[in-house]
Design a protein around this ligand. Sequence first.
Ligand code: FAD
Length: 310
Amino acid sequence: MIGAGPVGLFSAYFAHLHGLKVVLLESLPELGGQPAALYPNKVIQDIPVFKDIKSFQLTEKLCSNLSSDVTIICNYKVENIIHEDSQFIINDDLISKTVLITTGNGAFKPKAFPLPIPTSIDNKLSYFVKNPQDYQNKEVAVLGGGDSALDWALELSQYAKVSLIHRRNQFRGLESNVEKVKHNSQISVLTPYLPANLIDNSGRCELSLKKVGTDETKTIVFDNLIVAYGFRANNRFVKKWGIELENDLIKVDRKMETSVKGIFAAGDSVGYDGRVPIIGIGFGEAQVAITSIMQTIFPNKKMTIHSTSI
Ligand SMILES: Cc1cc2nc3c(=O)[nH]c(=O)nc-3n(C[C@H](O)[C@H](O)[C@H](O)COP(=O)(O)OP(=O)(O)OC[C@H]3O[C@@H](n4cnc5c(N)ncnc54)[C@H](O)[C@@H]3O)c2cc1C
């Protein structure tokens, strides 16, 4: 399995439940995919069974469900898959009968802060918020206008004084979060501003901002900057494995099989008409994919559909 986001983690659990031998490969040093890396403290309200659950707790639960028989390899980016003698050779290193791709949006990299960063303060600038409590009583700028920027501003506002800086007056995020931000006394919304310069001011971040479409500038000193300009990621690399994409997403049939026989895909890496990029959908796709994998590997075996029998 390639990619240990929520869908990869659940797939590994479900595959093991069906008696499959699983190796889970993850390019990042940590498990959990987007929820763990991008919004660990967000409260998720649309996972079946849980009324609400924080992202990091979801990751912990998915990981703790995994049997010790599942082999997990982090810091392992799958670059290459070759089909040979009815098996797949991964990175010239591992051999597998089938492959399940759960790479989400692909191995993601944050979009970089666009200005030079003085080395003396580059430890003050982050692309992820791991622990909001680290920002207790700090003055923090969150740069960006999407879901992550809104989430992080709200999360940090419990501990820090936050300025949310965005180049547009409108945000691209959940309307309920936009409203929460606007009514939060710990958050100052600065729009439409772009960062124009960053210097070290006695170990703090002195950020000059330019008002978009005007010559107006203002300078504010922050303890920390959180850059939330989004992430560059795509799944185009799977094309060289012979897999067909549509709008940069992996094409699958109803069995979640890709255009290459024996390679399946589930989760946000996959695209089809009407798909919604949320975790619950990926969990369902994982169950379809693992069931199809079982039928591929053991075509004559009578499948047990349910997890236990009465
Ligand atoms: C700010 C934000 C808030 C969200 N809120 C919600 C919410 O409230 N509810 C909800 O259901 N969904 C939410 N989502 C969407 C949800 O996070 C995704 O639907 C989900 O993470 C998809 O899971 P996945 O396992 O398919 O992919 P991902 O979570 O993207 O995980 C894919 C994993 O594959 C790894 N990978 C990629 N390429 C390779 C490679 N070549 N080799 C090895 N490893 C690789 C990546 O490093 C990553 O760890 C939110 C997303 C964002 C950005």
